[in-house]
Design a binder for this molecule. Structure first.
Ligand code: GAR
Length: 187
């Protein structure tokens, strides 16, 4: 059985889409949800689905003897960042080469980097007058929103679009393509 760990800081709609997608799968399962935010919606989603969740402080995240040990004990094969706002520590990058992936709600390298998160990204897309936006799924390295691109999907921006309507279009792409991409990487 391949084991997924989802790292998320917020609402957790992508975490939920991933959990739903792999429900009943005989070879892949979500084994762990990790968050840095005790208020994160993703904790309830994990509980509802009987998935172990861990709330980690910054120091626990950065400690190979704490989070590193949990991931090793659960035999995690892939770490999936679904709206996770902390930088991934070096020991995890070393232990999981090409096994940590991130989802970004824009077409990187546009509109990425520290602080580019959630609605801020869609507002930047609108302010920039872009005619299209989309999602990027990429390998994680030591910098925010960099690392080799695995998949991009685009959606048009049309007259009358607001940051909210852009967010909805992007979220639809995320929920469709993130779980499929994880599956492809694990098969
Ligand atoms: C998603 O849109 C994801 O692309 C974004 O956070 C959101 C999490 O939403 N990630 C980033 O902006 C990373 N820089 P969710 O909690 O509903 O899954």
């Amino acid at each position: 059985m391949k084991q997924i760990a989802i790292f998320a800081s917020g609402t957790g709609s992508n975490a939920e889409a991933i959990i739903e997608y792999f429900k009943g799968n005989s070879s892949i399962q979500v084994a762990l949800v990790v968050t840095n935010n005790p208020e994160a919606g993703v904790i309830k989603i994990a509980h509802r689905n009987k998935i172990i969740s861990a709330i980690v402080s910054k120091s626990a995240l950065n400690d190979p003897e704490i989070l590193g040990r949990v991931l090793a004990t659960l035999n995690i094969d892939i770490i999936v960042l679904a709206g996770f706002l902390q930088l991934i520590p070096g020991y995890l990058l070393q232990r999981y080469p090409n096994k940590i992936i991130n989802l970004h709600p824009a077409l990187l390298p546009k509109h990425g980097g520290k602080g580019m998160y959630g609605m801020k990204v869609h507002e930047a897309v609108l302010a920039n007058g872009d005619v299209e936006t989309g999602i990027t799924i990429h390998y994680v390295n030591e910098r925010y929103d960099e690392g080799e691109v695995i998949l991009q999907k685009t959606t048009d921006i049309t007259l009358g679009d607001t940051s909210e309507t852009i967010a909805q279009k992007v979220q639809k792409l995320e929920h469709e393509w993130f779980p499929k991409t994880i599956e492809k990487l694990l098969l």
